[in-house]
Ligand binder design. Structure first.
Ligand SMILES: *[C@@H]1O[C@H](CO)[C@@H](O)[C@H](O)[C@H]1NC(C)=O
Ligand SMILES: *[C@@H]1O[C@H](CO)[C@@H](O)[C@H](O)[C@H]1NC(C)=O
Length: 418
């Protein structure tokens, strides 16, 4: 178990310590961290052959989606990538597990390893992974120009989920009685919760892992969790050591280099989309990690105004527009009290992002579990012999929740005469 904290500590600390710490680097670091955890545990969401022992699996496909789902007279479209693993599928009446992509490319691993793929055999589920628009290969024509980025938001992504859900049901001849269950981690975890919230007639239930559902401009609580975790005995070793060794690498980019990099409008086909994600923080979420409290251990972090300046420098977005956008996001989705039903929120208490998620049940059908000692999205990784008992229990409760939901789905399809 000694190895576990080291896994998450490195990237998360880097994230907090980077002197040039652009908001964009925030989720990029996080994305890299998730990738590292997944790779180290055999789950790769990005690229790679992925199919392993199943050379015919998974299948990659493309859906034609409207660029502007909110304007019927705009006929432009783009191709959205998806992955399918049907090896466990019990047929048209079996459930569908829809794994949502977030702020990076989505690979075949999304339907092959870790959850939801690991949960599929027990219920005969069809597993589908859906890449997020503007990330990976799901890139509209025109790339990452500011005018195009107007079509990038969580609301657009959710509209894609709804139309993909309908199109894929037709394509795979999925019965109307089959429940569709969304899964996602981090930002995609929020999308999973919101897909159920906004489209309960299409999505039967959702498992939202490490989902920061509350948008926040100044995310100073991030460092509070990191320093608390640092002090915990589980880490073993003094914070100054840890910080010294990580601090070496933190000033690798100057501010000017960071801005120049973020202005590049050529899409990158793999990994985390820095420019796109910065755009989403400026227009929806904030999430700027700051450290202005005198007790904060990371004195080298830039202050909030300097982080907000990036929105202005890279996209010409004013601070007041960012402030307003963060408020609108919370009123649109409900922040930490979304009022969704049939959503399970999973979090780990050493993950700084849990403070923006739902960590206590909000009612009988909005369940939450906070796993002691678990880091970001750990519940999604494949099982390993070194997993802590609390992580095992956490995974078991996902299975139990699925059992309940799929039982409910069966009942409601029977009562509908399905
Ligand atoms: C909707 O699309 C049409 C056709 O592209 C365009 O002329 C119009 O300005 C758009 N409306 C809005 C509100 O964006
Ligand atoms: C679609 O599924 C139904 C059962 O739900 C089956 O009767 C039908 O033959 C299937 N059609 C195709 C084209 O596979």
């Amino acid at each position: 178990m000694a190895g576990r904290p080291a896994l998450w500590l490195g990237p998360l600390l880097l994230l907090s310590l980077r002197g040039a710490s652009a908001p964009a680097s925030l989720l990029r670091r996080l994305g890299e961290h998730i990738q590292r955890v997944q790779e180290s545990s055999g789950l790769s969401l990005t690229s790679g052959p992925g199919a392993g022992a199943f050379p015919n699996l998974p299948k990659q496909g493309w859906l034609e989606q409207p660029l502007d789902p909110f304007n019927a007279s705009d006929r432009r479209s783009f191709l959205q990538r998806y992955w399918v693993n049907d090896q466990h599928w019990a047929g048209p009446r079996g459930p569908v597990f829809l794994h949502l992509g977030g702020e990076g490319s989505l690979g075949s691993g999304s339907v092959m390893r870790g959850h939801p793929a690991a949960l599929a055999p027990a219920w005969g589920a069809l597993v589908i992974g859906l890449e997020h628009r503007f990330y990976g290969l799901s890139m509209p024509a025109g790339g990452l120009e500011v005018a195009q980025l107007g079509f990038l938001s969580s609301r657009h992504a959710l509209a894609d989920v709804a139309s993909a859900r309908l199109a894929l049901a037709r394509l795979f001849n999925v019965s109307t009685a089959s429940p569709w269950i969304c899964f996602g981690g981090s930002y995609a975890g929020s999308l999973a919760a919101w897909a159920r919230l906004k489209f309960p007639h299409l999505i039967f239930a959702s498992v939202a892992s490490s989902a920061p559902v509350r948008a926040v401009l100044d995310f100073s609580e991030y460092n509070e969790v990191v320093s608390r975790s640092l002090m915990s005995t589980a880490v073993g070793g003094s914070p100054e050591v840890v910080m010294h060794s990580l601090g070496q690498r933190c000033l690798s980019f100057s501010r000017a280099e960071t801005v120049a990099r973020l202005k590049v409008t050529d899409p990158q086909v793999s990994g985390v989309g820095d420019r796109q994600w910065l755009y989403q923080t400026c227009t929806e979420f904030g999430f700027y990690v700051t450290c202005e409290d005198p007790g904060c251990p990371f004195s080298r972090l830039p202050a909030l105004p300097s982080q907000l300046e990036l929105c202005e420098q890279v996209f010409g977005l004013s601070t007041s527009s960012v402030v307003q956008a963060v408020g609108q996001t919370n009123s649109y989705y409900g922040g930490q009290t979304p009022g969704a039903t049939q959503v399970l929120f999973m979090n780990g208490d050493t993950d700084p992002w849990h403070v923006l998620s739902v960590t206590q049940a909000l009612g009988p059908s909005e369940a939450a579990l906070l796993i002691p000692g678990a880091s970001h999205c750990m519940d999604m990784a494949p099982e390993r012999p070194s997993d802590s008992p609390s992580l095992r229990l956490g995974r078991q409760s996902i299975s139990q929740q699925l059992q309940i939901w799929l039982g409910l789905a069966k009942q409601s399809s029977v009562s509908r005469g399905g």
